[in-house]
Ligand binder design. Structure first.
Ligand code: GLC
Length: 587
């Protein structure tokens, strides 16, 4: 593995540990399961894997609620299992990126249990965002912020679920609302539980106060801990949320976080976050193997997002604007141009992504007529309009072939190389995403894209493990297992392998994009170095120029060899044969 800014054109595959491979048979994936299947990734041809959190956690938000940042949750294995995973990945030439979750801890993190036990104004409470409530007796939340999963972003300490105290033996029992004889909600002596704490996500995910140097020092130490264990980078969770606007003012709740200027909201994209990443960059730059930092920052406009990847900050951010772009020529052209220009302005490579563990998979999104308006984090349920699976997969393959031609780095989500759709008919009773409960059962949440991946066409969990999986798999998954696609011409798995091989050999990730005249309306047409890419996005078919050679095609082409037609919703990569000195054609 050479270390020449490897991240600039890397293809990074996201493994969601609880859903990739279950070695110990408890129905949840684990680290040993991942290690046993790393060869799948080496054969696929990616450069690195990114592991979603496997740290000690009560799992209230599938591990994004961390109670010990320096250990592995028993659900996933041990630190020794992690070391073995890294060693095997490196042996196979794969780098390993891990998640870091700095915006919030779990409410079972020792810092938070200590904070709740300590009085207002104590150093323990100052590590988090505790505030007095509004209203005569402090009975209203300190401001109007809402949790991303639904409901208020504030919980009063005395309103915390009892189950929490019951589970945590080392927290001293605290005075209840009636302890001093006063009615609930009225302050009185010893009423130290009446403050509120901020949680931009679930009630079990208290936000840290990043103005505290102790918080900063702790996370720098956490980064060092994993770097010492050999990791090659970090994906930074909620990278745009760490610093809140001074005084925590009310937010304009009419703003749309995906469309309006993000930092108009006081909890997102505040200037203070950049200093944190400057110090993290200094920290990773001390290591010779070029560890990389990629931020999960849902920030618009593109120029604001690009500020996170200035030369002394993060290396990358996810390009969610691309993920959210409708299957439409003008929209795609605009998103790609803006993405490339904004990143180039600060000297950073752009990244591309179509699916992850928070959004409806692209094979499903693109199979619905209303794809552009689907709220990608809300999920699809049995009573919603169901996607057209065939159309979705055809478009998804075309979108991936388009994405993998683009200069920069690309992220793949586990199972997309198999063409997996979301599970769109999960019954209510199996849903686990906190979104479902917190939204009062109005938003199903993200379970549909988190269903365990199939490895074989039969067995209790289609080869995922020896027992039933933690979420039921759709019937369609059986035929999509790698065992059914391996070596099968035209399968989605073979398409991904082929695209990744060509992308690597032609160094497309380091190439330059130029737009060219489209042969017809509804066709996206560009060149990356010597490769011409045509994508029929607008329901049209176009003849492929006869003097071009097809390097890759996302689906079957129509017509004979010298008269080939690109059907709708298909992407091709073409090269022009080189003319030889005697006028013949080579290549
Ligand atoms: C990020 C994660 C998501 C998680 C949230 C809170 O958006 O990707 O899965 O729920 O942060 O940590």
């Amino acid at each position: 593995m050479s270390a020449t800014s490897w991240w600039r054109d890397a293809v990074i595959y996201q493994v969601y540990p609880r859903s990739w491979s279950d070695a110990d048979g408890d129905g949840f994936g684990d680290l040993r399961g991942i290690t046993a299947r790393l060869e799948h990734l080496a054969r696929l041809g990616v450069d690195a894997l990114w592991l979603s959190p496997f740290y000690t956690s009560p799992q209230r938000d599938a591990g994004y609620d961390v109670s010990d940042y320096r250990d592995v949750d028993p659900l996933f294995g041990t630190l020794a299992d992690f070391d073995a995973l890294v060693a095997r990945a490196h042996e196979l030439g794969l780098r390993v990126v891990v998640d870091v979750v700095p915006n919030h801890t779990s409410d079972e993190h020792p810092w938070f249990t200590a904070a709740v036990a300590a009085p207002p104004g104590s150093p323990e409470r100052d590590r988090f965002v505790f505030r007095e409530g509004r209203g005569e007796h402090g009975e209203e939340p300190p401001n109007n912020w809402e949790s991303f999963f639904g409901g208020s972003a504030w919980t009063r300490v005395s309103d915390r679920p009892d189950s929490w105290e019951a589970q945590d033996g080392d927290v001293p029992a605290l005075a209840g609302p009636e302890a001093d004889g006063a009615p609930a909600g009225v302050p009185g002596p010893g009423r130290r539980r009446e403050q509120w704490y901020l949680h931009l996500f679930d009630v079990s995910q208290p936000d840290l106060d990043w103005t505290r140097s102790e918080v900063r020092a702790e996370f720098e130490d956490v980064l060092r801990f994993w770097l010492d264990r050999g990791v090659d980078g970090f994906r930074v969770d909620v990278a745009h949320g760490l610093v809140k606007a001074e005084g925590l003012p009310d937010a304009d709740l009419s703003l749309d976080v995906q469309r309006d200027v993000t930092n108009l909201l006081p909890m997102w994209d505040q200037d203070g976050v950049h200093e944190i990443y400057r110090s993290w960059r200094r920290l990773v730059d001390e290591r010779d193997h070029e560890p990389m930092l990629c931020g999960e920052a849902w920030v618009v406009p593109a120029e604001a997002l690009a500020r996170y990847v200035r030369p002394d900050e993060l290396h990358q951010t996810f390009n969610f604007a691309f993920l959210l772009t409708p299957w439409d020529v003008e929209a795609l052209r605009g998103a790609i141009t803006e993405s490339l220009e904004s990143a180039e302005a600060v000297g950073a490579p752009q990244t591309w992504v179509l699916s992850n563990h928070d959004v409806v998979r692209h094979a499903t999104r693109l199979g619905r007529d209303d794809a552009a308006t689907i709220v990608v984090t809300d999920g699809i349920g049995p009573d919603d309009p169901q996607p057209d699976a065939e159309l979705g997969l055809r478009r998804a393959r075309a979108a991936t072939a388009l994405m993998l031609a683009l200069p920069g780095s690309a992220y793949l989500y586990q199972g997309e190389e198999l063409g997996l759709p979301d599970a769109t008919t999960l019954p209510d009773e199996v849903l686990q995403d906190p979104t479902w409960e917190r939204s009062g059962h109005t938003r199903r949440g993200r379970d549909g894209c988190r269903v365990p991946v199939p490895w074989s066409p039969s067995g209790p969990s289609l080869g995922f493990g020896p027992s039933d999986p933690w979420l039921p798999q759709p019937e369609a998954y059986a035929a999509l297992a790698p065992s059914e696609q391996d070596g099968v011409e035209g399968s989605t798995l073979e398409l991904y392998r082929h695209l990744l091989r060509e992308r690597r050999e032609r160094r497309l990730g380091r190439g330059r994009l130029t737009w060219i005249d489209a042969p017809a309306h509804g066709v996206l047409a560009f060149k990356v170095d010597d490769v011409t890419v045509l994508a029929t996005v607008g329901g049209v078919s176009v003849p492929i120029p006869f003097d071009h050679r097809v390097v890759a095609a996302s689906g079957p082409l129509d017509g004979a060899a010298d008269d080939t037609v690109l059907p709708p919703d298909t992407t091709v990569w073409l090269t022009t044969p080189v003319a030889s000195a005697d006028g013949g054609v080579l290549g």
